[in-house]
Design a protein around this ligand. Structure first.
Ligand code: PLP
Length: 372
């Protein structure tokens, strides 16, 4: 085995620009001694992200989870919220931190996002909002969800942590719903080491959110409401500005990896994956496959182990379902018979490594194991 054949391949690798490009930003921070609290890089990043994403207002956060928790506060969401069990656990934890009861609704098998046909049956007099997730960057059924929300006077907050720069019919995926939440965690397509944001649609809401992330301060001595500290600092914002210069290239490279996987895996019995979705500009944040053990011969977990034996670390996102975790599994909506599609997908899904600097040789190492 050559060295390259032994080296570890992880499910993802953060994109880092050349360190030399980052130094001037740090020098600027050292010079002006503004480290946080809506500093110049923070303001610039908000402006540039609005332009890049094609949205009107954005408020930066120290991470996506705090953005999600604050978004629920900003809309004063209480009672019950309809959400998906097929996501990263932070989606539901944000509800828990707000004393909100999650109500899990099953996903739809083509996109793995919340099934709009099953939402209405889960609405009760206590329901105040819907919290869908554009999982893997696949757009939710935004039109159907909007119709249901209007009809029942519910708010909609999209967890858009998996999407960056993605578009649906030419509109930013972040332009739907009342608010959208982004994550800029190291493992995401666009990263600021840690970071996040809320996208909103009017200036009043933007001010409200900006106050909430800074203890509720409005001016020097006025504290309007009990806010939290969720501010993005200047080093994070500077990293964001630098990442933004490279992000188109990063997404292009991820597209290349996705296209190669699709080409090379398409004739394997028992392995399926999503093709391009109509009217969508994707950001290629993950490459999930489904393993049908009867047709493929071995189970998803056996394949996961087989890859691991060759130093390839795929991930079973999202297994177990959030509804299976101890904090939530007692809920009526968390029972397996309520969530058959999510249960099936969680048991068959495997996310293969994808990152912008992936080499052909690495891809071939992975594909070779899957083909055998
Ligand atoms: C990453 C992620 C989050 C949390 O974001 P952080 O920035 O890590 O706090 C929330 N929801 C989903 C779906 C995620 O993947």
């Amino acid at each position: 085995m050559t060295e390259e054949n032994k080296s570890n391949i992880y499910v993802t690798q953060p994109f880092l620009p050349d360190l030399k490009e980052f130094i001037p930003y740090l020098e600027q921070i050292w010079k002006n001694k503004i480290l946080t609290n809506n500093g110049p890089f923070h303001q610039q990043l908000e402006d540039e992200l609005c332009k890049y994403l094609g949205v009107k207002y954005i408020s930066l956060f120290s991470n996506g989870t705090l953005a999600l928790i604050t978004a629920l506060q900003a809309l004063k969401i209480t009672g019950e919220v309809i959400t998906t069990p097929f996501s990263f656990v932070a989606t539901t934890h944000a509800l828990w931190w707000n004393n909100i009861k999650p109500v899990f609704v099953d996903i739809e098998p083509n996109t793995f996002t919340l099934d709009p046909d099953k939402i209405e049956a889960a609405i009760t007099p206590s329901t105040t909002a819907i919290l869908p997730v554009h999982v893997y960057g696949n757009p939710c059924y935004v039109d159907e969800i909007e119709k249901i929300a209007k009809k029942h006077s519910l708010k909609v907050i999209y967890d858009a942590a998996h999407t960056f720069g993605a578009q649906l019919k030419g509109h930013s995926l972040c332009s739907f719903g009342d608010l959208s939440i982004l994550s800029f965690h190291a493992t995401k397509v666009f990263n600021t080491f840690e970071g996040g944001a809320i996208v909103c649609h009017n200036q009043k809401m933007k001010h409200h959110i900006d106050n909430l992330k800074n203890f509720g301060f409005r001016g020097e001595t006025v504290v309007e409401e009990p806010g939290i500290n969720a501010k993005m600092n200047e080093v994070q914002a500077a990293m964001g500005l630098l990442q933004l210069k490279h992000v188109d290239c990063v997404i292009d490279r991820r597209k290349w990896v996705t296209t190669e996987y699709r080409k090379r895996l398409k004739n394997i019995k028992g392995i399926t994956f999503l093709e391009e979705i109509k009217d969508v500009n994707h950001c290629y944040s993950y490459f999930p496959i489904l393993v049908d053990s009867h047709k493929y011969g071995i189970t998803r977990d056996e394949l996961y182990q087989k890859l691991m034996n060759k130093n390839i670390f795929s991930r079973r996102y999202f297994f177990p379902l959030i509804s299976q975790f101890p904090s939530y599994k007692h809920l009526e909506s968390a029972q397996a018979e309520n969530l058959p599609i999510a249960e099936k997908v969680a048991n068959e899904v495997l996310c293969l490594p994808i990152y912008s600097e992936m080499k052909v040789g690495e891809l071939e190492r992975i594909v070779e194991i899957l083909v055998k």
